[in-house]
Ligand binder design. Structure first.
Ligand SMILES: [Fe+2]
Length: 488
């Protein structure tokens, strides 16, 4: 397996390179795919340890289906972390899994003042008509949509009593508002649910959710009525985080399971689905469930007196602690297995239960987000790993009604990224449209843009890339003249 190629630095930057296109793009597919992810796995001599640490690189594909043309631009985000790494040759502030290359007093000052990294490698959002690279950080870095040049910074916590905001804001296309969670750490943690005006970027807090512990949350579920936070029993030992700041420990080192003592034995606490009424800000119910870990939710919707909440769920916090670069890039990686599952969350009484819909390792669940968010839906798209690979080797279309799958596997050794669905105009079916993604072709050591027909998951067009990219995380397809985004 050549999955290690997905975890190696690419420091070339290209601007407006025209890519050769084979096959035929739909003529209605006109817009920009902007993806985010790791670019550089070192800061000076320091090897960045965890998958969430490498310096962020944006990759943009300008797609014009009318002329079957694709142009490519990629650029590092000029965050303060990036500039420090380039100029000083080290780590400026604690990255999720790598301690800073700074004197102990600087580290202490950072930890006491709540100073966070600003390396935004998770995804992008369109705040105030400006593409903004984001992560779990108080800062978003603004870039030009065309050339991806860094143009400024945005404090995402303005108007919120919080340390940072999550990297997976929802965009509610009906109310035309972003909905997200902000996090404040103390001895435990407080999550603030808030809305953000997409134009002015002003925020309006909806409610505060205080926790005695500090559950980790990467994303959450949204319907018209409810926001649903999965308060998992895995998260930060905040005392360890503080002492770790002095001793060289990191955020990932401080991730733990929350346990209760029962008769001399300890047991991991229940997870809880915290169901918040978006209109009143009141907690409708906290619904217990057996322990699980989650990064990514797919869709959620109401089914009678229950909520159905679909996600990729893992057993425990090893879903994070095992994602070290050395493990992932090794010949025999020990990869945590996340399954695509459906939780049934009762709004009246009882515990949440789940069924496994598709066994993993899978990740990056997506669907027809602008049309189906918060409503019943039929198709979910996933990136699925073969055994022994730390990266996805195929894309799976899962039919929730039939329980059936349609799979696309790249020729040769290829690692496809997050599948983004884009509906055809006037679509007559939920899968009438395309999947837009990038594929790391390990044989050619090149990353291509690939467009699949979403109905049968066959390849319809490919733009041959100019170089290899490290495997990326999330992106958005922004169709021209349409701000509605393609995923959470
Ligand atoms: Fe994510």
């Amino acid at each position: 397996m050549s999955h290690r190629l997905g975890f190696e630095t690419q420091d070339e930057e290209h601007t407006g390179e025209s890519l050769p296109v084979s096959g035929s793009l739909p003529d209605w597919l006109v817009g920009r795919l902007i993806r985010n992810g790791p670019g550089q796995f070192e800061a000076g001599e320091t090897e960045l340890r965890h998958w969430f640490d490498p310096l962020a690189m944006l990759r943009a594909f300008r797609i014009d289906g009318r002329t079957d043309s694709v142009t490519y631009t990629n650029r590092f985000v000029r965050s303060e972390d990036f500039e420090y790494a380039r100029q000083e040759g080290g780590v400026r502030r604690m990255l999720p899994g790598t301690p800073p290359d700074r004197p102990v007093w600087t580290r202490l000052r950072h930890s006491l003042s709540g100073a966070f990294q600003d390396n935004p490698s998770i995804g992008v959002a369109n705040f105030g008509n400006t593409v903004t690279a984001i992560t779990e950080s108080p800062v978003g870095v603004r870039v030009a949509a065309d050339g991806l040049e860094t143009t400024g910074r945005r404090d995402l916590t303005t108007g919120l009593d919080a340390d940072f905001t999550l990297g997976h804001p929802h965009y509610d296309p009906d109310r035309e508002v972003f909905v997200n969670l902000a996090v404040s750490y103390g001895r435990g943690a407080t999550y603030t649910l808030f809305e953000r005006d997409p134009q002015t970027t002003a925020v309006e807090p909806i409610c505060e959710l205080p926790f005695d512990d500090a559950p980790y949350a990467h994303s959450f579920a949204l319907t018209d009525e409810f926001a649903v936070l999965a308060a998992i029993p895995y998260g930060l030992d905040t005392t360890q985080l503080l002492t770790g700041a002095l001793s060289g420990g990191t955020f990932v080192d401080a991730v733990t399971s929350f346990e209760d003592g029962i008769g001399g034995e300890t047991e991991t606490r229940d997870a809880r689905f915290v169901v918040v009424d978006r209109e009143t800000g009141e907690v409708r119910r906290e619904v217990p469930a057996d322990p699980f870990f989650v990064y990514h939710h797919a869709n959620a919707y109401r089914d009678g007196d229950d909520l159905l909440v679909d996600m990729v769920a893992y057993d425990d916090e090893r879903a994070m602690t095992r994602l070290t670069v050395s493990n992932l890039a090794s010949d025999d990686p020990d990869v945590p297995a996340g399954d695509f599952v459906r939780y049934r969350v009762p709004l009246d009484d009882g515990r949440a239960t789940y069924e496994t819909l598709y066994e993993g390792q899978v990740e990056f669940p997506t669907f027809d987000y602008p049309t189906r968010l918060g409503e019943s839906y039929r198709y979910c798209y996933l990136a699925a790993n073969a055994d022994g690979s730390s990266l996805p080797t195929r894309l799976v279309k899962y039919d929730l009604r039939e329980g059936s799958t349609t799979t696309w596997t790249p020729e040769g050794e290829g690692y496809p990224g997050e599948p983004l669905f884009e509906a055809a105009p006037g679509a007559d079916g939920e899968d009438t449209g395309v999947i837009v993604t990038t594929v790391l072709d390990a044989d050619a050591e090149r990353t291509d843009l690939v467009v699949l027909d979403a109905r049968d998951m066959t390849e319809r067009a490919r733009a041959m890339g100019v170089h290899r990219l490290p495997y990326g995380f999330h992106g958005q397809f922004y169709r021209d003249g349409n701000r509605v985004r393609s995923m959470a």
